[in-house]
Write a protein that binds this ligand. Structure first.
Ligand code: NDP
Length: 443
């Protein structure tokens, strides 16, 4: 049995009932075979056993009182996965589907993503099964304060710097930061995604979506194409999806779909983003309202199956949203490229199907790294106690994404997998972390 298969088997046995974590580990480990074979030292140093075991896993009770005076109890998580190349860094997800396996898959992916940015940040992730949807601001604040009352003792600007993710936007980061400052009596850049008046970075809100388009644009250029005049399907209608759609339009493409957890919109003339921002960012309402702004658009209840013909597909909602059926629909409609804005939105089978059909496919750990990269730029600005302009941050972000594209393309080529950006991203992200772990001894 190969070293990779042996470790994978152990991971499956040791982590029962964590299918998303096992899926993420399988995807990474299997694509590392060539680099593992070429470097026996990784096996000797048990790098795969170590890298698949979080350095620390925190799980805690989060009690809070709702607006009816009733006590509610949620479960909080923080996985400090790997600190070889820098302090743990990764978002906090607030969604009822959150459990240990989901946070571990996200934390594991984050190790390689953070490494790919070229910045000194380790991998971590956290969150809770709390659902901010339909809660009052006071209830969200009560939850955030209770969550931070445990978390504060485990994080810090040089230890672990959480950020936003699904369900955690500027409002939640503000409440979390306020409680940290109060408990620690210290004003430090312990969270990213902060408001601009207290250490936030310009362009952080836009960074993941814009970054996704910068890498997509570079991919197209490298294949003698451009985004100009292309039709793009985006899924999701949150932070990543909205700013991906915005940058796609700025680069001359036409975005025709967006989705949320209840349905999806199709606007053949191109999505009106001002309307979407008002619905999702201001009113926190459902996409079904879009028809009030654009009566000619279509609204459909239920899951989007990628049935609308497009040149480029950008899944930006959640894990495993693009399955074999969706991938087959995209292939039938002759899609050119699929670039992941969300984390692991494409199932393993769908990824293989797309790659087998010759579709250019860039995985999330490379394509959505712009968010965490800009978070690291926020950390730099906090340390220097100064702020860069929007243009300065945006320019650095574009440089980082272009660099990531070439790094993953070159890594794939070096090991004989030219054009396979999944293999390229895993290898390029892994080697730096693995070599650093060896340099730091058995820790
Ligand atoms: P948001 O909460 O802002 O938006 C998420 C969107 O996806 C919403 O439109 C939501 O619908 C929809 N959605 C969430 N869960 C489901 C589900 N189970 N089924 C169908 N639709 C769903 O999150 P973000 O935009 O920040 O994150 C989206 C993805 O991108 C996640 O995978 C996240 O981990 C990843 N990511 C985010 C980064 C960031 O900087 N924000 C950085 C890197 C990756 P509804 O509106 O109904 O809630």
């Amino acid at each position: 049995m190969s070293y990779v298969s042996d470790v994978l088997e152990k991971v499956i046995v040791k982590n029962p009932a964590q299918p998303e974590f096992v899926q993420a580990v399988k995807e990474v480990l299997e694509s590392l075979e060539p680099v593992i074979e070429a470097n026996p030292q990784y096996q000797k140093e048990a790098i795969l056993e170590r890298i698949t075991e979080p350095e620390r896993q925190l799980m805690f009770r989060v009690p809070w009182v709702d607006d009816n005076g009733k006590v509610q109890v949620n479960r909080g998580f923080r996985i400090q996965f790997n600190s070889a190349i820098g302090p743990y860094k990764g978002g906090l997800r607030l969604h009822p589907s959150v459990n240990l396996g989901i946070i571990k898959f996200l934390g594991f992916e984050q190790i390689f993503k953070n490494s790919l940015t070229g910045l000194p940040i380790g991998g971590g992730k956290g969150g809770s099964d709390f659902d901010p949807k339909g809660k009052s601001d006071r209830e969200v604040m009560a939850f955030c304060q209770s969550f931070m009352t445990e978390l504060f003792r485990h994080i810090g600007q040089d230890t672990d710097v959480p950020a936003g993710d699904i369900g955690t936007g500027a409002r939640e980061i503000g409440y979390l930061f306020g409680q940290y400052k109060r408990l620690k009596n210290q004003y430090e850049g312990v969270l990213t995604g902060k408001g601009l008046t207290y250490g936030g970075s310009l362009a952080r809100k836009e960074a993941t979506g814009y970054g996704l388009l910068y890498i997509t644009n570079e991919l197209m250029k490298d294949h003698d194409m451009s985004l100009e005049g292309k039709t793009v399907c985006v899924s999701g209608a949150g932070n990543v999806a909205i700013y991906a759609a915005e940058k796609a339009a700025q680069l001359g493409a036409k975005v025709v779909t967006l989705t949320d957890s209840t349905g999806w919109i199709y606007d053949a003339e191109g999505i009106d983003l001002d309307a979407v921002k008002e619905i999702k960012e201001v009113k926190r309402a459902r996409l079904s309202e879009y028809k009030n702004y654009r009566p000619n658009a279509e609204y459909n209840e239920g899951k989007f199956l990628w049935t609308i013909p497009c040149d480029v597909a950008l899944p930006c909602a959640t894990q495993n949203e693009l399955d074999v059926e969706g991938a087959q629909n995209l292939i039938n409609n002759k899609v050119t490229a699929v670039c992941e804005g969300a984390n692991m939105p494409t199932t393993l089978e769908a990824t293989k199907l797309l790659q087998g059909a010759g579709v250019l496919f860039v995985p999330g750990k490379a394509a959505n790294a712009g968010g965490v990269a800009t978070s690291a730029l926020e950390m730099s600005q906090n340390s220097m106690r100064l702020s860069w302009t929007f243009e300065e941050v945006d320019q650095k972000l574009e440089g980082i994404m272009v660099n990531i594209y070439h790094n993953i393309a070159n890594a794939a080529k070096k090991y004989g997998f030219e054009g396979n950006y999944v293999v390229g991203a895993n290898i390029a992200g892994f080697v730096k972390v693995a070599d650093t772990m060896i340099a730091q001894g058995v820790v």
